[in-house]
Design a protein around this ligand. Sequence first.
Ligand code: BES
Ligand code: ZN
Length: 447
Amino acid sequence: MGVRRRLAAVIPLAVAEIVATVSAHARGTGSPDAETVYIVTARQTYDAAGLLAREATAWKDSLGRELVIAQLDPLQIGALSRHVHEREQRCGGFFAFASRPEAEAFIVRDRTAEAIALPLGGLYTIDNQATVGPWLAQVSEANIHATITTLSAFRNRYYASPYGRQAAEWIRDSWQALAAERDDATVELFQGCSNCSTQPSVILTVRGAELPDEVVVLGGHLDSITSAFSVPVPDLEQPAPGADDDASGIATLTEIIRISLASGWKPRRTVKFMGYAAEEVGLRGSAAIANRFRDDGINVIGVLQLDMTNYRQNVGRDLRIVSDFSNTALTTYFAELFDAYLVPLGGVRSALACNYGCSDHASWTSAGFPAGMVFEAGRPQNPNNPWDLGAFQSIHSTADTLANMGNSASNSVRFAQFGLAFAGELGKTYDGAEDAIFSDDFEVVVD
Ligand code: BES
Ligand code: ZN
């Protein structure tokens, strides 16, 4: 109690944020009784949080930013976290590991600097209106609404609870049904995450008809959390509806899958749709997948992250393109796609810096792949709080419900349209060239 009061009094906002998230990582190893957790965090954060850390060592990341690896006591952090989260309403970034060598390997392997600068602009073209155009009017608010309703009705989607696994299996089944008629599409559970407890990620793959080795990824996280889970041994029965964060992203992906597959679209490139496990406890599911793809030498040419698409006050914008922890050419492409397809529908875009690796795109970036994220319109930011990202204020609480978003999914419609443009333009469309060549030959023979 004494520690809690003291920190509440002196801890700066930025540190409070980080500490809140650290607790999620700390308890998230699947072994709540773990003695210590090793975090990688910004030097600035560590300096303020020094009260908590032991055996800290200084590092620099690939961008030259000063980092610290520090050993923390999950019990201490866990007790602090709930208080901070409730008081400060903030989120924060850090990476957590079970051992110091793992934390060190993460920094040494990190490829964020290269991934941000990958010069892929030449790949990012817009010339597939024939496919994308007809898709846009098909986006159904009712479908997105229904999926958010189903997902947020799971008691929670916490990565270590049985409900968290059941929700992943429900997404698998629902995507399977949408791909049932397609012999070029498969749906699988990705189980290769060693610290995701029992929660798998879900991957739907549409095999590219011409360039199957070039891979386009659209994803969002399927887990949910509330600050009430930020205790050493959480009660796995607690509600965590996560309607905006991030049932909205999964529902948006589901609508993109429905429309694109039902249209008979055959992409030239391989397109993968992903529901990531265990994002809320430190981007774990996406990190496992991105690192596996890196180790396997998979050529991922673009990743779109959809995390929180549905909350919007009257802010004069519909969507914000996240500018940091993202590939620069890809974020430029996002803006071009928006201008080509959403502006004619009345859409307005702006930009947002999270100032930390706020979602799964950061896992792909850290693994060296070009990734980016689009984020909800939200509400006006508090000018006195640089950490306020103008997001839905009820995330990570039991109030993250559709009812508290006007019982409407209409704001996610633009994100589904944006995702359809991204999939159609980066995946392109197989135009039956082989058939055409065959017909030409045939006609020559006939002549
Ligand atoms: N959806 C949030 C990220 C977010 C929240 C972005 C508000 C912008 C505004 C995401 O699910 C999340 O909570 N991420 C964690 C960080 C992660 C490394 C555990 C967070 O922000 O605390
Ligand atoms: Zn989220």
